[in-house]
Design a protein around this ligand. Structure first.
Ligand code: SAH
Ligand code: F3S
Length: 481
């Protein structure tokens, strides 16, 4: 199960409005996390200046770029399969160039050029501004590669081209990289050290989105709660900052407040929070502003203190419960979702039971659940044997998924009979007579279209539900509209 913005969007080709004078065709597709989809919008923006319009047709492309994910082995296998497909197309269109972007590019570096003959170009997540130079190399018949990670690059100065957009919701990245070094995770190696983006450029992007009709922004980072701006530089160097820099520093709760105040009618969400970095200030700010949605994605990975420690997650099960209690105390209707990993090395049945009992305590609204996949180079791969047999990992994973489904249904049932504000995003996949949107808690709500339009805030009375969707009828516009 890959974690994405929308499972259906995986790998989908992206379109952008044609820029005058552009004659070359770019086919770009993204796999993996929301950050990759957001990065592809930066890449499309950089290449638009180089004469490329995007196309949805692989066969028509002059340049094919695939933005890749390394988080689990399966994610990498999916990309390898896509390369086979590109190979078949290149047989018909030999001038087509193929580039690999993102985490697999960073992890495999020049090995990619050796292993996959189809690949002309390998570019890591911090090197997209070098794409014009790299393409020039490729056009001269040489393979090109840049996988240098940066301590500064945030792409704060690039206006992303909104790809595949519904014109209503958008992602705005606020940090890049991650310093947490969870022992199972490849991200710190593929995306480098954590950096925060200048809040001014974030607010400008938010204001620009509002002026273009967007109604909801999700602030993105691997670990948003550790956002810290004091004039640039790595977070670890904050200790050396001047008194003035310290006094005027912007942390995540402050950034949320700046966003909420800059556009009081715009909805704000954020992802992802790490329990060890989430502060009470963030929860208080969420409670204070109606336009910050009541939803927190709060991955925990395991309910066992022993496994949490082996994963280098720097909190205990008890501290996590305390955080959950604080969230529910300050924001009683806040939805919470999880990420879980089954079968981390040395995990016993008892540890697994601890995960299930933690889930019983929280009763998450939904979750993203995975079997442990050993990633080369990580601390877990170097120090621990991947000793849980696949069938046991799968069985435990299934138990986690079953329990989550039960809790998801319990949670959606809590909405029955209530009237909730929904932002209309698109037509329902199941019926062209229904709209689909989300409530503040991030649950999908479908209801008959009537006279309402995409991008409107509507009050919807919830009459029915499944474990994943609320079904209702509109009773009028919300105050926010
Ligand atoms: N902080 C990040 C986490 C990225 S990874 C974020 O923005 O979401 C997303 C999820 O993938 C993790 O929370 C974890 O549950 C899962 N994951 C990461 N590495 C994994 C591995 N080696 N095997 C299985 N699942 C993994
Ligand atoms: Fe990975 Fe842990 Fe960072 S899961 S992205 S190292 S918070």
């Amino acid at each position: 199960m890959e974690k994405t913005i929308d499972e259906k969007k995986q790998g989908e080709a992206l379109i952008l409005d044609k820029k005058e004078g552009n004659s070359k065709k770019l086919f770009i597709e993204s796999y993996g996390c929301q950050m990759n989809f957001s990065d592809s919008e930066i890449v499309a923006s950089i290449l638009s200046e180089q004469g490329f319009d995007t196309t949805q047709s692989l066969e028509d492309a002059d340049l094919v770029l695939v933005n890749t994910c390394s988080i689990r082995d399966k994610a990498e296998q999916t990309v390898r399969k896509r390369l086979e497909k590109y190979n078949a197309v290149k047989a018909i269109n030999p001038n087509m160039k193929v580039g690999v972007l993102g985490c697999m590019a960073e992890r495999l570096k020049s090995k990619f050029l050796e292993e996959e003959k189809i690949v002309d170009l390998v570019v890591g997540p911090d090197a997209y501004k070098d794409l014009p130079n790299l393409l020039a190399e490729v056009n001269e018949g040489r393979d090109a590669i840049n996988v240098i990670l940066s301590k500064e690059e945030t792409y704060g100065d690039i206006a992303p081209v909104r790809l595949n957009s519904n014109g209503v919701t958008a992602f705005v990245s606020i940090t890049r990289g991650c310093d947490n070094m969870c022992t199972f995770c490849v991200v710190p190696f593929t995306r480098g050290r954590e950096r925060s983006r200048d809040p001014q450029s974030i607010i400008e992007e938010v204001n620009d989105l509002w002026s273009k009709g967007f109604k909801e922004v999700t602030l993105l980072g691997q670990n948003v709660d550790s956002y810290l701006w004091y004039g640039g530089g790595l977070k670890k160097d904050f200790v050396k900052a001047s008194e003035l820099q310290k006094a005027t520093a912007v942390d995540f709760s402050k950034l949320l407040e700046l966003c909420a105040k800059a556009q009081p009618k715009m909805r704000f969400r954020f992802s992802t929070s790490n329990p060890q970095d989430m502060t009470l200030d963030v929860i208080r700010t969420m409670a204070k502003f109606d336009n910050i949605c009541n939803y927190i994605h709060l991955p925990v990975q395991s309910g066992s203190n022993r496994i949490l420690k082996a994963m280098n997650r720097l909190h205990t099960r008890e501290e996590y419960f305390e955080l959950i209690d604080n969230i529910k105390r300050l924001i009683p209707d806040c939805a919470i979702s999880q990420d879980m990993i089954s079968g981390f090395p040395t995990e016993t049945e008892e540890d697994h039971q601890d995960t299930l009992s933690l889930m019983e305590y929280v009763k998450y609204d939904f979750g993203f659940m995975f079997a442990y996949s050993e990633r080369p180079g990580t601390m877990a791969a170097r120090k621990l044997e991947d000793d849980i047999p696949e069938d046991i990992k799968k069985r435990r994973l299934n138990e986690i998924i079953q329990l989550q489904q039960k809790h998801s249904l319990l949670r959606t049932q809590e909405h029955l009979g209530k009237t909730e504000e929904v932002l209309i995003e698109k037509e329902s996949k199941r019926s062209d007579a229904h709209w689909s949107g989300r409530n503040s808690q991030n649950t999908v709500v479908v209801f008959p279209k009537e006279h309402y339009k995409i991008g409107e805030f509507v009050n919807v009375k919830i009459n029915d539900c499944t474990s994943a969707t609320l079904i209702g009828e509109a009773v009028g516009y919300s105050e926010n509209n």
